[in-house]
Design a protein around this ligand. Sequence first.
Ligand SMILES: C[S@@+](CC[C@H](N)C(=O)[O-])C[C@H]1O[C@@H](n2cnc3c(N)ncnc32)[C@H](O)[C@@H]1O
Length: 305
Amino acid sequence: MWKNFIEKVLQSASKCHQIHRSISMLSPGEDEDGLQVPDMSLFSPESDEISFSNESLDMSKMLSILDANSLVEDSNSAKVLGKNRGYYGVGLWVLASFINHSCDPNARRLHIGDHVLVHASRDIKAGEEITFPYFDVLLQLSNRKEMATNWGFRCNCKRCNFEENMCSKQEMREIEVGSERGFDVGGVVYRLEEGMRRWMVRGKGKGYLRASFWAPYSKIFESQNLMKRWGRRIPAMEAVVESVVDAVGSDERVLKVLMEGLKRSGGGGVGDMERAMKLGRGVYGKVMKKQALRTLLEQCNQEQS
Ligand SMILES: C[S@@+](CC[C@H](N)C(=O)[O-])C[C@H]1O[C@@H](n2cnc3c(N)ncnc32)[C@H](O)[C@@H]1O
């Protein structure tokens, strides 16, 4: 699929000046300091006239650009999954290509047919850079660093910097190793919560670390036995979910744990549902996808008529 995709894009770029020009504006994944901010008019529908290109393509630049900017129909980007994976779909969306990665993202993307919608996953301040995750951010710092390194960059977001400081603590490293082994998830969560209390980690910092150790937290919340065994020594699921969503935005996996927990505890009343809807406001499921697709199609029809 990757090969077909590359061939199609190169063919379109060699035929159409507009396509060639807009792809050439994208980052080849390195030496970004020399890149110019493109004029927004390049992306306006008026500049969409087809004009034939007779410029020859700089193949190696084009390939680097496609490598650094192509997305797959998944939360991961093509570069993270590897070119030889059987994707369900892979594409290049020029405007979305200007969005950088952050482990503390404020947006998500949703693929609908051939369209990609980028939507806020939490409140965004005026002037704040829009970022979405290129890879799973519910992972601990060392794993995220590895993925960013594979991509060819170092994430310098608020969360990574905060965790970099925390991870210099010997105890934190032990918690990381415990989490990687995956045997004693209760012990990992208990040690982390105790550590955060002693190190006086509050607010977003707590959410960042809980997001990084989401795997052990979710294993406990999904198991009645573990919940019984650890009881009050670990925080309530609702409090953990709330802090994770507040720190890194909504995620289907976090909401799933919340909904299943509410069902088990006999919750799920109107108040619970309202809270769950509020926490899940950055996640759109199949129904929303269908509605968005319908709206897109209606708009396309209106433009054509
Ligand atoms: C899809 S482009 C993103 C937009 C690009 N930065 C630009 O200015 O056009 C992907 C490339 O951006 C850079 N990048 C993305 N997120 C980054 C981050 N958090 N820190 C540093 N570089 C990043 C990497 O070089 C990556 O290969």
